[in-house]
Design a protein around this ligand. Structure first.
Ligand SMILES: Nc1ncnc2c1ncn2[C@@H]1O[C@H](COP(=O)(O)OP(=O)(O)OP(=O)(O)O)[C@@H](O)[C@H]1O
Length: 255
C-alpha cells in the first residue's frame, strides 16, 4: 500500500506544526522519520494515521484521499503504535493484542479461531508467547512496547506507523524489531531518534526540521555532517564501519 502526504499541513490555532509536507512511501518501503525533539515527527505520523485532520493538503492510501474515512476503515489499512501513552488496563497481554482484531470482526460476536491464531502468532513474533495470560499492569516498559507492536501486527494491515518503537527495548529487542520493520512486506513509516538504527534498517530517511521536510533520500544523503550540524545542532563525523554501514560518531553539541 502506498502512503502519501500531499502538501500536508497541520497545526493548532496560532501555530503550524506540520508544514507543507510532500511524502510518498511506496508499497513495501521502510521509511525512517528523523528530526530533533519537537520537529513534528509524531504530529506527521498522526496525520498519516488519520488521527489528525490536515489543515490543508491531504493523506492518500493507494491514491485515495482518506478524508472522512471511519476509524474502523482506517484501522483496516494502517496500524499505529504511538509513543507509549500507557493506560492502567485490567486486561491481560493476550486481550490487549486481541484488540488488534477489533476492526476485522463484527461488533456482536467475539474473536474467531482465526483471530486467536493471528493474535497468538503476533505474540510469538514479539517474543511474548509466555506472557499472554499476564495482567497488563505487571509488564515492564519494554514488554508493553512489544505487546503494542504485537497488537499492531495482529491488525494485519498493509501500513504500519511506528512512533519511536525501540524506546524501552533492550538492544537485542531493538535489533529484532528493526529487522522486522525492514523485512516485512508492509509499508512502514517509523520515527526514530537513533540515527545509526535508522540508517541501518530504513530504505530511506526523511529529515524534519520545524515541521518541514529538509532532506529525503538514502541515509548517506540525509545524515551528512552539515545537516547534522544545521538540524540536530551536533558536530559529528559520518563514516562507514568495517561492515560498510554508515556510522555516526558524535563529537558533541555544535558550538
Ligand atoms: N495538540 C497540540 N497542541 C499544541 N502543540 C502541539 C500539539 N501537538 C504537538 N504540539 C507541538 O508541536 C511540536 C511538534 O511535536 P511532535 O510531538 O510532533 O514532535 P516530535 O518530532 O515527535 O518530537 P519528539 O522527538 O520530542 O517526540 C512540539 O513543539 C509540540 O509541543
Amino acid at each position: 500500500m502506498r502512503i502519501e502526504a500531499r502538501h500536508l499541513s497541520w497545526g493548532v490555532p496560532g501555530r503550524t506544526i506540520v508544514r507543507e509536507v510532500d511524502l510518498t512511501v511506496e508499497s513495501g518501503e521502510t521509511v525512517g522519520l528523523v528530526g530533533p525533539n519537537g520537529s513534528g515527527k509524531s504530529s506527521l505520523l498522526r496525520c498519516l494515521a488519520g488521527l489528525r485532520a490536515p489543515t490543508s493538503g491531504e493523506v492518500r492510501y493507494d491514491g485515495v484521499d482518506i478524508t472522512g474515512w471511519s476509524a474502523r476503515t482506517r484501522a483496516r489499512h494502517v496500524a499505529f503504535v504511538e509513543q507509549t501513552a500507557d493506560t492502567d488496563s485490567d486486561l491481560t497481554v493476550g486481550e490487549v493484542v486481541m484488540l488488534g482484531r477489533t476492526a476485522h470482526g463484527s461488533p456482536w460476536r467475539g474473536p474467531t479461531a482465526a483471530d486467536r491464531a493471528i493474535a497468538a502468532a503476533a505474540l510469538d513474533r514479539l517474543d511474548l508467547a509466555g506472557l499472554a495470560d499476564r495482567p497488563w499492569k505487571q509488564l515492564s516498559g519494554g514488554e508493553r512496547q512489544r505487546a503494542h507492536l504485537a497488537r499492531a501486527l495482529a491488525q494485519r494491515t498493509w501500513g504500519l506507523l511506528l512512533d519511536e518503537p525501540t524506546n524501552h527495548l533492550d538492544v537485542r529487542h531493538q535489533l529484532e524489531l528493526m529487522e522486522l520493520a525492514a523485512a516485512t512486506p508492509r509499508t512502514v513509516v517509523v520515527a526514530l531518534h537513533d540515527l545509526a538504527m535508522a540508517a541501518r534498517y530504513c530504505d530511506r530517511l526523511v529529515l524534519l526540521q520545524r515541521g518541514r521536510v529538509v532532506a529525503d533520500g538514502p541515509a548517506e544523503r540525509v545524515l551528512t555532517p552539515a545537516l547534522l550540524r544545521e538540524v540536530f545542532e551536533v558536530d559529528a563525523d559520518v563514516d562507514r564501519d568495517s561492515a560498510g554501514r554508515l556510522a555516526v560518531a558524535y563529537r558533541g553539541p555544535a558550538r
